[in-house]
Design a protein. Structure first.
Length: 129
């Protein structure tokens, strides 16, 4: 287990696994090539940052190579909103307009903040004396 989350593998590899079938990986544990090809990472709740672990490979003669580092950036991308254009009839009373919209690929939008409001446009004219 990494402090930043849980590293696990599929014991049925190369067959697919469901989340409930995954087994946690511990430091020093040896994995088969199929198991190593079926790793999963579950970030700790609220963790944002870089999680990493190190590993080595051993051949059929028992020779172990250099140590590699596996880096897992855990990101929380901000939501995106779209530009909307709509029309309202001239001199109309209060008219319903389409809702504002956005999406959050790795979360849920909890609210929208109106940053500016429409300006009241007034026409002024001057009569020359």
């Amino acid at each position: 287990m990494l402090a930043d989350g849980i590293l696990s593998y599929c014991p049925l590899a190369p067959a697919p696994c469901t989340t409930g079938q995954l087994l946690a990986v511990t430091a020093g544990q040896t994995l088969t090539p199929d198991q190593a090809a079926s790793l999963y990472f579950d970030p700790a709740p609220g963790f944002i940052g870089n999680a990493d672990f190190t590993y080595t490979a051993t051949d059929n003669d028992g020779n172990t190579g250099n140590t590699g580092t596996y880096n897992i950036p855990v990101v929380n991308n901000p939501p995106t909103v779209i530009n909307i254009t709509t029309t309202v009839p001239y001199n109309a009373a209060a008219t319903a307009i389409p809702p504002i919209s956005g999406s959050d690929g790795d979360g849920t939008i909890t609210n929208y903040t109106i940053s500016t409001i429409p300006r009241l446009l007034r026409a002024f004219y001057c009569i020359a004396h």
